[in-house]
Write a protein that binds this ligand. Structure first.
Ligand SMILES: NC(=O)c1ccc[n+]([C@@H]2O[C@H](COP(=O)([O-])OP(=O)(O)OC[C@H]3O[C@@H](n4cnc5c(N)ncnc54)[C@H](OP(=O)(O)O)[C@@H]3O)[C@@H](O)[C@H]2O)c1
Length: 339
């Protein structure tokens, strides 16, 4: 399978590295010192599931060098999407259900639509990464924890069937081919029955946890054990549950209770990337997480008072941290915060 990994960071480096080690034709789109190291020394993954060195590595900063591929794993941060999506065009081959699949792996629920605006919904497979991985140095990826799994599906969970009717192929062929490739690369790969439900379930988990953690500047263990912060966590989850239901997403009953159980199972010292980035004055995914919860609440007429407060306070914190660290101004809001 020919695969382009656009954004060879924590998740791109990890999943792309596993696929390359399994013998797939994997191209990494990277830049700067990371690109130089990938070309010179290959890719090194340190993981509790076994370390891995991939060498040589096909890496470039120019997608025209790659040409059409079977699958793109789109692994940049949400605030890096625009130029990355522009760079996708040379990678796209056509044909619904059989053409290039662009798997969006960003946290949040809006990335698939942003990518589809450029490449068409038929190309996009919304996806969810469950892992904790980071770039630990040029050419080096550290798998810190988490399952190391990918969940994905066709846009409307039925595109594969329509493609079969037209082309005589098996339903969901490209989805099944990707699942097989990942499974053969020691990655837990799940074809979602309803990929939007999965995406929103992750959103419901990560956004209240990340936003509250960033405001309070404490790890999961503290947030979940103090009655007040635990109640806010549950209230934030309920807000997202209500927005999801208003958006027609059939989240399972009891999702807030089961997500709180999942929070309880996380390492006590854990924090989200949102918390770490906001407090370090780095560009963050605040707009795609907390901002998006507020924005979508407004769109569907659902009050989101917990996220309204978290978003406004975090914008302020991020602005202050960026001033302190000299890391530039916050980009304009995606429209959240004002009702
Ligand atoms: N890491 C995790 O454990 C994890 C788990 C689940 C979901 N996610 C989600 O996955 C997404 C990616 O997260 P991540 O942690 O993997 O981010 P990351 O480590 O920062 O990786 C993103 C990579 O993309 C590169 N990049 C960005 N734009 C590029 C461009 N135009 N051309 C070439 N390279 C480009 C970045 O390079 P520069 O460093 O030069 O900018 C960086 O190496 C986020 O939405 C995150 O919320 C992450």
């Amino acid at each position: 399978m020919k695969i382009a990994v656009v954004g060879a960071g924590g998740i791109g480096g990890y999943f792309g590295g596993r696929l390359a080690a399994a013998g797939h034709d994997v191209w990494f789109v990277a830049r700067g010192a990371h690109l130089q190291a990938l070309r010179r020394d290959g890719l090194r993954i340190e993981s509790p599931d076994g370390d891995l060195t991939v060498t040589p590595v096909r890496a470039t900063d120019d997608t025209r060098e790659i040409g059409p591929v079977d699958v793109v794993l789109l692994c940049v941060k949400t605030w890096q999407l625009e130029p990355a999506v522009e760079a996708l065009k040379p990678l796209i081959g056509t044909g619904v259900g059989t053409g290039t699949a662009v798997v969006t792996l960003q946290n949040g629920v809006e990335a698939p639509e942003r990518v589809a605006a450029a490449v068409g919904r038929e190309a996009v497979l919304p996806g969810i990464a469950k892992i904790i991985a980071r770039v630990s140095g040029p050419g080096r990826i550290q798998h810190v924890g988490g399952l190391g799994s990918l969940t994905f599906g066709e846009w409307d969970n039925r595109v594969g069937e329509r493609a079969r009717e037209r082309s005589g192929e098996r339903a969901g062929d490209r989805v099944e081919r990707l699942r097989e490739a990942l499974a053969g690369a020691s990655v837990t790969a799940v074809v979602a029955e309803d990929v939007w439900t999965e995406l929103w379930a992750k959103f419901l988990f990560v956004v209240p946890l990340g936003s509250l953690g960033a405001v309070a500047d404490v790890p999961f263990g503290v947030l979940r054990s103090r009655p007040g912060t635990r109640r806010l966590l549950a209230d934030g989850m309920r807000e997202i549950e209500r927005v999801a239901r208003a958006a027609g997403i059939p989240l399972p009953d009891g999702i807030v209770a089961s997500t709180l159980d999942f929070v309880d199972a996380q390492p006590a010292q854990g924090t989200t990337s949102l918390q770490r980035d906001v407090l370090a004055g780095l560009p963050s995914e605040l707009d795609a997480w907390t901002g998006s919860a507020v924005r979508l609440g407004a769109r569907y007429g659902i009050a989101t008072p917990v996220h309204d407060v978290l978003y406004e306070v975090l914008r302020l914190r991020e602005e202050q941290a960026r001033r302190e660290h000299g890391t530039g101004d916050l980009p304009a809001s995606g429209g959240a915060g004002t009702r």
